[in-house]
Design a protein around this ligand. Structure first.
Ligand SMILES: [Zn+2]
Length: 375
């Protein structure tokens, strides 16, 4: 089913026009054969510190329980772990491991924390949050991402490996605009299902789905989510997350969300039998021929949307068929700075729009496009 949220008028419009298989059509469509479960931190990186335990221990216990539930119910699904014991793994290695293993999903498990010394009232803050990759982070979400990204500091060669990115320097996050999720629709779908069922299963405060510039989700090349399963800085939640019962409830919640996601993907596979393959004929295959072009994607679908100019009325909407989807975009320009300014305006109407880069008719990452331009 469709996965967009926050733009209900577009949703209804697209549903009427298209009816089937909106979330279908990404390159990796198909049955879920392999899931990569990523227990945050590990080894010399303890993650956030609670009064009694470390984030890394909670993350690992929940990850293993979640994986076990999948294996019990779906023995054919390959479950891989970035770590299944207390060892240190770099952030980049985690997503590249998932890619190498051709995982269809990436689920990263963490526990949240606030700095109680700086803000004593923070000890009362609680609840679970699911994050997807996104540059459009609120201040709080940026703080969460910075905290998670600071794991990079434990890597010896981080300044070379992460090309000068400093996880604790907000300036580095202007680069946050470079982060984008090629599978955003699916990541959001997975996020909403997992977040909902975790909240039900644990009866914890539901802090909703958020976006943030998380390195571990960057470039995952598959639908990817990061779960903050509770606040280790809250004594009550720390206690809950330390117990086997609490961990099981959390894992069951993630598992049920996964099941719902799996079902929705499989429904799309069935529907897709009735879908005529889209013609790769559209106008804009010449777009970005000579140099990368940036634009703001406002919507996408596997079938052509008739009357797509109505998707956004303040600027001319263009269409391109690339990477298995019809994409609708505005504000195309070869100047990234200009598009970054425009995206703020468009976002006032279309909350989940994001910047894409197109080169020779294909979608590339913004970082890649910038690299090409420097050449
Ligand atoms: Zn973490």
């Amino acid at each position: 089913m469709i996965i967009k949220f926050g733009t209900s008028w577009i949703l209804s419009f697209l549903l009427v026009v298209i009816c089937v298989g909106i979330s279908f059509g990404q390159a990796n469509v198909g049955e879920i054969k392999c899931i990569c479960i990523d227990a945050g931190h590990g080894g010399k990186d303890p993650g956030a510190l609670g009064a009694k335990t470390y984030e890394k221990h909670i993350a690992l216990s929940v990850a293993l329980k979640f994986g076990k539930l999948i294996k019990q119910t779906y023995p054919d699904i390959k479950v891989i772990y970035t770590r299944d014991k207390d060892v240190f793994i770099g952030l980049k290695e985690r997503s590249s491991f998932a890619k190498k293993q051709k995982a269809d999903l990436f689920v990263s498990i963490h526990a949240n924390a606030l700095d109680i010394k700086k803000n004593p009232s923070g000890k009362h803050v609680k609840g679970i949050t699911t994050f997807v990759l996104g540059a459009n982070a609120s201040n709080h979400n940026l703080q969460v991402a910075m905290k998670e990204n600071s794991a990079i500091h434990y890597e010896d060669d981080y300044s070379v490996k992460y090309e000068g990115f400093d996880p604790s320097d907000p300036i580095s996050y202007i680069m946050g605009n470079m982060l984008q999720d090629m599978h955003q629709d699916k990541s959001l779908n997975l996020a909403s299902l997992v977040q909902k069922s975790m909240a039900v299963s644990t009866s914890r405060v539901n802090r909703g789905i958020q976006q943030g510039p998380f390195w571990v989700l960057n470039d995952a090349a598959m639908p990817a989510v990061l779960l903050e399963v509770g606040f280790i800085s809250n004594l009550d939640e720390e206690r809950y997350m330390m117990t086997s019962t609490g961990q099981t409830k959390i894992a069951q919640g993630i598992f049920k969300g996964f099941q719902a996601y799996k079902a929705s993907v499989e429904k799309d596979i069935v529907n897709s039998k009735n879908v005529v393959a889209p013609q790769k004929n559209v106008t804009s295959s010449k777009v970005g021929m000579n140099a990368p072009m940036y634009a703001i994607q406002i919507s996408s679908a596997i079938e052509q949307v008739k009357g797509y100019s109505k998707l956004y009325t303040k600027q001319k909407v263009s269409e391109i068929y690339t990477n298995g989807r019809y994409r609708y975009y505005v504000a195309a320009s070869s100047d990234l700075g200009k598009v970054q300014k425009d995206v703020k305006v468009v976002r006032a109407t279309i909350k989940d729009c994001f910047i894409i880069a197109i080169y020779k008719g294909n979608l590339i990452s913004v970082a890649e496009a910038e690299k090409l331009k420097r050449k």
